[in-house]
Every structure is written in C-alpha cells, then in structure tokens.
Design a protein around this ligand. Structure first.
Ligand code: AMP
Ligand code: GLY
Length: 424
C-alpha cells in the first residue's frame, strides 16, 4: 500500500521509520518532509496547511492511507477534508482536535466529566482576568486558549508578573489569536509524565510512558522549548499511577468526547502531572508528542499501520499493543540560541555512524539538503538522537555516546536528559 505522512519534523521522521518497517507498505510519501525523511520516503513540496493540494496529491497518487503528524492541520480540519474526498486518514476530525486546539474547551470538558485537572477560570476580557488575579493564590498559571507552538503558557510568581502576562496574551497578542481567550489555572507541583494513546472513537489503548524536558538549559533552566529530549518508559509511571489514570482519566476522556458528539479517533497525548493528590491532566494534545514519538515508537512491536487502520476503522479492541521490555532516550541536538534566534545552513556530519547500528536512530527535525546536496541545519531543533538500552541508564549512556558521532557548527544540547532516572 501507499502511505502519505503530513508533517516534516522529528516526530514525522519517527512515524515514517515505523511505517517503513511495515510489511504492508510499498511506498511512503511525506509532505513536506525533511532531509532525513527523504532517505526513507519521497518528500513532496506541499505545506501541511495546503489541504486542497494534499487531497489532490493523495487522489492522483492513489494513496491508501494518510497519517497527520502535526497539530495545526488537525485543528484546521484536514481530516474532514480527506474524509470528504473518500480518502482514509489517521487523526481526529476538527470537532475532536479541539481537545488540543482550545484549552478552554478541554478544561470545561474535564470539569463537566469529573476528570482530575487543576482548578481554573476562563476569561474573554483582560479586565475580568485582572480583577480575578487580584485575589488569586500565587504562583498562578496563565494559558492562551489556542495553539501557540507549546509556548502559550506563563507561570507567574507575583501579581505584577501575572498582570504583565494578561497584557502579553490578551492585549499585545504575543501568541496571536490564541490569546483571544485565556485560562487562568492553579499552579501544581509534581513530576510530569507524557502518556500517548491510540483511540478509535470508543476504545483506547495506552502506549508506553515517556517524559519530556521542555526547558532549554540543563537543570530545567532557560526558556520553554518544543522539547529538548525524552526518555521512555518513565519510572515514575508506576502500576498504581497507571491504574488510577485508567479509572479516572483515559476512558473517561474518550467517552466524554463521544458523549459531546465529538467522536475521537487518532492519538490522544495526555500531559499528566503526578501531584500529591494523585495524577492530574496538565494538557491534552491531539497527536504524538515531539520528541516523545522518538522514544515511544521505536519500542513499539506492532505494525503501526495495523494499529492506525484499526483506529480509523473502529476495531482497536482487536489489537493488543506491545512494547519492547527495554528503554529509549532521545537527546535533541539544537542550534545554539534556540528557542529565540539561531543561525541555519551549517553542514551536518557523522550520520553514517548510525548506518549499521541497531537500536540507534538519527531522527531529523530541522534539516534540509542544500544546493550541493549536503545535509544542513535548517531549524532550532536539528536532530533527535535516540538510542535504546536494556534499561534507562544504558539507553541514556548510549544516546549521549551517539550524540557525539554528529557534528555541526553551533551544535547545542542539554546534558541532563533522563538525569531524573539516576535520582529515582
Ligand atoms: P502545557 O502546554 O499546558 O502542557 O504547559 C506547558 C508546561 O507548563 C507544562 O509542561 C508544565 O511544565 C507547565 N504547566 C502547565 N500548567 C501547569 C500548572 N497548572 N501547574 C504547574 N505547571 C504547569
Ligand atoms: N513534547 C511536547 C509536545 O509535543 O507537545
């Protein structure tokens, strides 16, 4: 069969690598893809938001199955467009992708269906938010309602910071129209865990857990990024935590969406915080995490096409998800200066070291081929270096060893990805 993947980051490279392992797949296309994806798929120069062109491409090339990797096209209704054209596609429709696309929606859903999350209020006008904040407990969390590349969250220690935050989000529109509405949320403390799942509208199957490192610098200092590295599984995601989440969070979310007439098919990513009062939902995402996919998918034993088709067909109850009994760590190699400003266009060397090594992956995020056919840096997050190991410590040592096989100017990484493991 022929598969089209929509997106062009490290997550889509990890998805493409899993699809390439499927015995059912003859040909993979990726729009727009990147230099690394181009080694296992044919990259098509169509942007992820160009729905008409993507649908035409899928029809003309007789694509059997399309996988949407990114949040923006999902929130924009790409799945509805593909379905209307009679094309089979993996991902939530627009009315379900709102689970990620609107924080106000997801918070209201959790409140209505009694799914544990931080206490909150939503605001449409800055003045209402400001008067609420006068009496709110500090620290406090402000969230722009819409998609903001994972950056629309401000944790404010003082009333002054919170007031400035309201101005940034709702008046200056720092995160664009995402700031037309705002959620103000209780500050929670605890360990964070990412849990990805497959959903077919009714049934939910949980993947192995993971943990991201969102801050740019070692010791969780610096600005929030898209994610600087991950490990899987999380030792903090214990059987007790799993049992609690199965009872109070996962199936309840799927059932709540169905009850609202927003049948959910695709991936639900549960961003959880393990608080003293038990696990609570920090956020939902309507897609694989990036770089969570880079540590979870390489450990999945199932044929990914079987699982994704079952989601689209509503037959996920017939699938048993299986993961390898090992661990993986992903270290992101970024461009110095990310997430603020950074230079691009530097040649990337050393990828040939990965060629004959099982359990090592060099996933491309921001790369491209230059006019001389050389692979060069083309983004803030450049590569995700994933390695497996028998346990987390071994995987971590392997990933950091492999991170040294690669060189490019201005290469930057965190050195403490998975350090929490050593302390566990
Ligand atoms: P989100 O995009 O909602 O996951 O928020 C980004 C990050 O902000 C999360 O990964 C947490 O580290 C932090 N965060 C979000 N909401 C809260 C909260 N209510 N309490 C504490 N930290 C939070
Ligand atoms: N790694 C977090 C995310 O994909 O949103």
């Amino acid at each position: 069969m022929k598969v089209l993947i929509v997106g062009g980051g490290g997550r889509e490279h990890a998805i493409a690598a899993s699809v390439a392992k499927s015995s059912r797949v003859d040909k993979i296309y990726c729009a727009p893809g990147n230099a690394g994806i181009g080694t296992i798929a044919e990259c098509v120069p169509i942007g992820a938001m160009e729905f008409d062109r993507l649908v035409s491409f899928a029809k003309e090339n007789e694509i059997d199955f399309t996988i949407i990797g990114m949040d923006d096209p999902l929130a924009g209704g790409i799945v509805d467009e593909f379905e209307a054209a009679g094309l089979k596609v993996f991902g939530p429709r627009k009315n379900a992708a709102i689970l990620e696309g609107s924080k106000a929606f997801s918070k209201d859903l959790m409140k209505k269906y009694d799914i544990p999350t931080a206490a909150y209020e939503t605001f449409d006008h800055p003045n209402d938010a400001l008067s609420y904040l006068e009496h709110a407990k500090l620290p406090i969390v402000l969230k722009a309602d819409g998609l903001a590349l994972g950056k629309g969250v401000l944790i404010c220690q003082t009333l002054e910071e919170a007031k400035a935050g309201v101005k940034e989000i709702m008046e200056d529109k720092k995160f664009g129209s995402a700031g037309n509405h705002m959620v103000v949320e209780e500050f929670m403390t605890g360990r964070e865990v990412s849990v990805l799942s497959f959903v077919d509208g009714k049934t939910i199957q949980i993947m192995s857990s993971a943990q991201d490192h969102k801050r740019a610098k070692d010791g969780d200092e610096g600005l929030n990024t898209g994610g600087m590295g991950t490990f899987s599984p999380s030792p903090f995601y214990t059987p007790e935590v799993d049992a609690f989440c199965r009872e109070h969070i996962y199936q309840k979310t799927v059932d709540a969406m169905a009850a609202e007439g927003r049948e959910y098919k695709g991936v639900i990513f549960f961003g959880l915080m393990l608080t003293e009062d038990g696990p609570k939902v920090l956020e939902y995402n309507a897609r694989f995490g990036d770089p969570e996919a880079q540590v979870v998918l390489p450990r999945m034993k199932n044929d990914i096409i079987d699982v994704m088709e079952a989601c689209a067909d509503g037959t996920l109850d017939q699938i048993e998800l299986e993961f390898e009994d090992n661990a993986a760590v992903c270290v992101v190699l970024a461009s110095a200066g990310y997430p603020v400003s950074y230079e691009k266009g530097f040649e990337i060397k050393g990828e040939e070291n990965f060629a004959d090594k099982d359990g090592y992956y060099c996933f491309h995020a921001g790369t491209k081929l230059n006019e001389n056919g050389k692979v060069v840096t083309n983004g803030g997050r450049v590569l995700g270096i994933t390695a497996k190991g028998a346990g987390l410590k071994e995987a971590r040592a392997n990933a950091y060893a492999a991170a040294e096989w690669i060189s490019f100017d201005n290469k930057y990484m965190r050195h403490d990805i998975g350090k929490a493991i050593d302390e566990a």
